[in-house]
Design a protein around this ligand. Structure first.
Ligand code: SF4
Length: 204
């Protein structure tokens, strides 16, 4: 089988409280199937040149913070971009890093069911930006398929349970209202999610 590669855009070390718990290194990767109107990474995703790395190469780069990861319950967060596009890479990376390291994935779940299943076995915790649970609002804002995102939410919940998932529900200027946001949160609670974060996109 071919060695999976990760299209690395940048590494950001020694982060606290932004991606996961403890000290984390963010490994931002290229590629996203959505076209969100207010994407904060649009410039980076469009212009930056990714560096394809193997799991062993990435491991060599991030292990410098091994002691911090172990001491604080931290590890590596994969973001971007859509991290679950690289589910096979995540699975390979998991086999290389110490079991004490925690792995996080930031995702919109705009991927195949198979990619969700592979990631569920490799990643400790997920940070899901669900945009909006109304399929029409979702389509207008992202250009993607809200039904598929919701099917993947159910799949992930079933695979890893609610404690390992944080669902972020944004209030999106020009696309949804505070009532829409509250409706999305209520639907997520009814599905069984317990870690739900409401926040506002800030457009500059
Ligand atoms: S899912 Fe995230 S990275 Fe992809 S277009 Fe939307 S905001 Fe940008």
């Amino acid at each position: 089988m071919d060695e999976p590669l990760y299209p690395l855009l940048r590494l950001s070390r020694l982060r606290m409280g932004t991606d996961g718990e403890g000290v984390t290194t963010l490994a931002a990767g290229a590629g996203c199937p959505l076209s969100c109107r207010w994407c904060i990474n649009a410039e980076l995703l469009r212009r930056a040149k990714p560096e394809p790395v193997t799991a062993a190469q990435l491991f060599e780069r991030v292990r410098i913070d091994d002691l911090y990861f172990r001491a604080t319950g931290g590890g590596v967060c994969f973001g971007g971009g859509e991290s679950l596009l690289h589910a096979a890479f995540l699975r390979r990376f998991r086999t290389l890093c110490p079991p004490e390291w925690r792995l996080w994935a930031e995702t919109s779940l705009a991927v195949s069911a198979e990619q969700v299943q592979i990631a569920a076995e490799a990643v400790d915790s997920f940070i899901v930006d669900c945009k909006d649970m109304d399929a029409e609002i979702y389509r207008r804002y992202t250009g993607g398929d809200g039904e598929r995102m919701q099917a993947n939410l159910r799949l992930l919940l079933e695979a890893v349970g609610p404690e390992r998932i944080r669902v972020r529900v944004p209030r999106i200027p020009e696309y949804n209202s505070a009532e829409d946001q509250a409706r999305s949160a209520a639907r997520l609670r009814a599905m069984g999610f317990v870690n739900i974060e409401l926040f506002d996109y800030v457009i500059r």
